[in-house]
Design a protein. Structure first.
Length: 285
């Protein structure tokens, strides 16, 4: 590995570390004091902590490690070093906060304000991780498993798993907290989309690569998305090449970009914002 690559990796993992630290701070200072279960592995750990004598950070670490192992078994080594690093460091940072600030109480003394602050800060953290093609693991792995075995889009699978976690608040909290948990999970997804993609939640991705067959196969059979193949001609040398076009959501986009970088780092990729998709079915005569 060259010196420039080492420096690049160091900078990238430094940014990921900051993103994970920000996410851990949002969980410890806002979500845990409010008891609002905003769908995530950390929220599930908070619920479980009401029934087992372990700290939230320890339970979160166990959940993430178990999900990573299940992910490797059922899906394969698609979760790169960045995601593994983030998934492990998140509960570690929460544990540090638990040690430094024992018996911490809410900053705002209002669960609604705590929830809003949590959504805002964790959305910024997720945007930072996303910019480095990383995630905090947790429900991302669950969503990928659902996507593979039930062929549900990654975005919808993530939303379903998040809502399911939010509903677990009913086991240990009152009705108001359950409702706030579900609403927080829903609006949290919207805010994350805003930070990552603005108001657009879809991306039109065009790829030109000598390894296009592998990329198309991944889009069709792993992401379960549609794709279009075009023959294009370069104006400079009149060389004919193939191009694949697909439209994906934010989770599929991250996985697709990871795969393209691993398969062909020199692939030519263009990405466009898509605010609306319409399909006009053929009318049978």
């Amino acid at each position: 590995m060259t010196k420039s690559n080492v420096l690049k990796n160091f900078k990238e993992f430094s940014v990921i570390t900051f993103g994970v630290l920000l996410a851990a701070a949002s969980i410890f200072f806002f979500m845990l004091p409010s008891n609002v279960v905003v769908g995530s592995a950390s929220a599930l750990a908070m619920v479980i902590s009401n029934f087992v004598p372990l700290q939230v950070s320890v339970i979160n670490l166990i959940i993430n490690v178990v999900l990573l192992i299940i992910g490797f078994i059922l899906i394969g080594p698609e979760f790169g070093a960045k995601t593994v690093y983030a998934a492990i460091m998140l509960p570690v940072f929460i544990g540090v906060f638990e040690f430094i600030f024992p018996n911490f109480k809410s900053l705002t003394q209002d669960p609604v304000l705590d929830t809003l602050c949590y959504i805002l800060v964790v959305s910024m953290a997720m945007a930072i991780l996303f910019s480095c093609n990383a995630s905090s693991g947790g429900l991302d792995i669950v969503a990928k498993i659902i996507n593979k075995f039930f062929h549900i889009e990654l975005g919808k699978a993530y939303s379903l798993s998040g809502i399911a976690v939010a509903l677990t608040a009913a086991f240990c909290y009152d009705t108001k907290t359950v409702v706030l948990s579900v609403l927080g999970t829903y609006f949290g997804g919207i805010v994350v989309d805003h930070f990552i993609f603005g108001l657009n939640i879809k991306r039109r991705v065009c790829v030109i690569s000598p390894k296009l067959d592998e990329i198309v196969d991944y889009i069709l059979h792993e992401l379960h998305s549609g794709a279009t193949l075009n023959e294009i001609t370069g104006a400079y040398d009149n060389t004919t090449r193939r191009e694949v076009i697909t439209i994906v959501d934010k989770n599929e986009y991250r996985h697709l970009m990871d795969f393209v970088r691993k398969t062909d780092p020199k692939a030519f990729v263009t990405v466009y914002s898509v605010s609306e998709i319409r399909y006009q079915p053929k009318i049978k005569k």
